[in-house]
Design a protein around this ligand. Structure first.
Ligand code: URA
Length: 270
């Protein structure tokens, strides 16, 4: 197939690629063979903050002119300087050190009632969330809504008691819904930590492995689920992700037990 990549913008090229994947294409093969053994090994990239300059440099910048960026420290500074959720959303949206931002259509911050007693933390936007700019709006999200509705909680609930606040570890969709990289989780953790501080929920629910890695420093959701623990200084319950429940309907029985745990804990803490 002839490549028209040079004439396409990023989103058109990605839509074409996604369409091909839906048709079953699972490998990208170039038109000409490349002997990768003969290629020079690329040196690892170092992230640098390059001072603004109107003239493009003709030679590589000397080390003294380019300052290395600690991307986690930059995230922490931006997050800690945010005094409310609107400022935090703006600071995170403006953060430029995470490459996922370049491939995402939308920044996905949160949904629901920030005053809710329960805060749900998921993994990352998928295709539907990326298109809509809201977390958990696809099939898994619809199941999540039904699950919490069964214990009287919803994003649109009338008050803190009956509502839900929902966010993700990552605000940008990873390409092809791949698992988030540890370094992406690390960069976003200061924003998530501040997000929890500012929303100040009574309880946290971690949906799946990625939020367990971010908040508890460990994975193994099938071992962790249903056991109360503490994250960000508050009672926290890991649960299996609704996408997992869609693939494994038999696990819904345990998820229901976990939801009843949330309900009971809310009653005890009232
Ligand atoms: N899965 C998640 O973890 N979060 C979303 O927002 C959507 C799907």
């Amino acid at each position: 197939m002839q490549s028209h990549a040079a004439e396409m913008d990023f989103h058109a090229a990605r839509a074409l690629l996604e369409w091909q994947m839906e048709l079953g294409v699972d490998e990208a093969i170039g038109e000409a063979p490349v002997n990768r053994y003969a290629l020079a090994v690329e040196a690892p990239k170092v992230v640098r903050d390059v001072p603004p300059s109107s003239a493009a440099p003709t030679t590589e910048l000397p080390a003294t002119a380019a300052e290395e960026v600690d991307t986690v420290a930059a995230a922490r500074r931006a997050a800690d300087a945010s005094t409310d959720l609107a400022a935090l959303a703006a600071a995170q949206a403006a953060y430029n050190h995470c490459d996922l931002k370049k491939g995402a259509r939308n920044f996905v911050f949160a949904d629901g009632n920030p005053a809710a007693r329960v805060m749900v933390i998921g993994e990352a936007p998928g295709r539907d969330e990326d298109l809509e700019g809201r977390p958990f709006v696809g099939r898994a999200g619809q199941l999540l809504d039904r699950m919490f509705a069964a214990i009287g909680l919803s994003r649109t609930g009338p008050d803190a008691e009956a509502s839900l606040y929902i966010t993700n570890v990552l605000p940008w969709r990873p390409p092809g819904n791949r698992d988030p990289e540890p370094q992406e989780i690390g960069m976003m953790l200061p924003f998530l930590t501040r997000h929890v501080e500012l929303a100040d929920p009574d309880l946290i629910v971690l949906m799946g492995n990625t939020p367990c890695v971010a908040a508890l420093g460990t994975r193994g959701i099938l071992r962790l689920r249903g056991k109360w623990t503490e994250a960000f200084g508050r009672p926290t319950l890991p649960m299996t992700h609704p996408a997992y429940l869609l693939r494994n309907p038999a696990a819904k029985r345990e998820a229901w037990a976990d939801l009843l745990e949330v309900k009971a804990r809310l009653r005890d803490k009232a």
